[in-house]
Ligand binder design. Structure first.
Ligand code: X6L
Ligand code: MG
Ligand code: MG
Length: 164
């Protein structure tokens, strides 16, 4: 997940909360919060990024719909490609599946090249491997990129959802 508009942490918390409230989704784990330099369109505000581990009975396409519903509920506008967003929910991995639909590609394209994805992902599970290549995400060179700062240490889902 990422956010770079308004109260970024609040947007991430609300998104995790809405996933948690979905009857078919269990939020298993959440990473710490990282402040990250924007990639793609660099002239925009810094992001807060997190990774979230879910358990779900939903198919990947149904999970995508749930993510898009949450993006819309939290006021996501799609004006500029790669532009600022209140919240962005991307499915990175789904079991060890490879999915290639027009609107959903898993593993997420180029996730292994983006430190803002890899750092929180590897924090949640250092043993995760690319289901296509078999490479460990923690071994990816992009993990060492600059522009990723630990912004808020998070120890568990409950702590994340009950900030004080
Ligand atoms: C060349 C061309 C190099 C395009 C990179 C990378 C484009 C990433 C889009 C790229 C390229 C993206 C976030 C972000 C975006 C985010 C941070 C994207 C989509 N989302 N930067 N940029 N965090 N730090 O969540 O990921 S736009
Ligand atoms: Mg994204
Ligand atoms: Mg997205």
């Amino acid at each position: 997940m990422g956010s770079n508009i308004g109260n970024r942490l609040e947007h991430l918390i609300q998104a995790v909360r809405l996933l948690h409230e979905h009857a078919a989704i269990n939020v298993k784990n959440v990473s710490s919060v990282y402040e990250t330099e924007p990639v793609g369109l660099t002239e925009q505000a810094k992001f807060l990024n997190i990774a979230v581990e879910l358990e779900t009975s939903l198919e990947a396409t149904e999970l995508l719909s749930a993510c898009q519903f949450i993006e819309n509920k939290l006021g996501r506008m799609r004006k500029i490609r790669w532009g600022p967003r209140t919240v962005d929910l991307d499915i990175l991995l789904y079991n060890n599946d490879q999915i290639q639909l027009e609107h959903l590609i898993i593993p997420h394209l180029r996730m292994a090249e983006r430190a803002f994805v890899l750092v929180p992902l590897v924090e949640i599970n250092p043993e995760l491997k690319n289901p296509v290549s078999g490479e460990l995400y923690r071994q990816q060179p992009a993990l060492k990129e600059e522009g990723i700062v630990l912004w808020k240490k998070v120890a568990c889902v409950e702590e994340f959802l009950q900030p004080n």
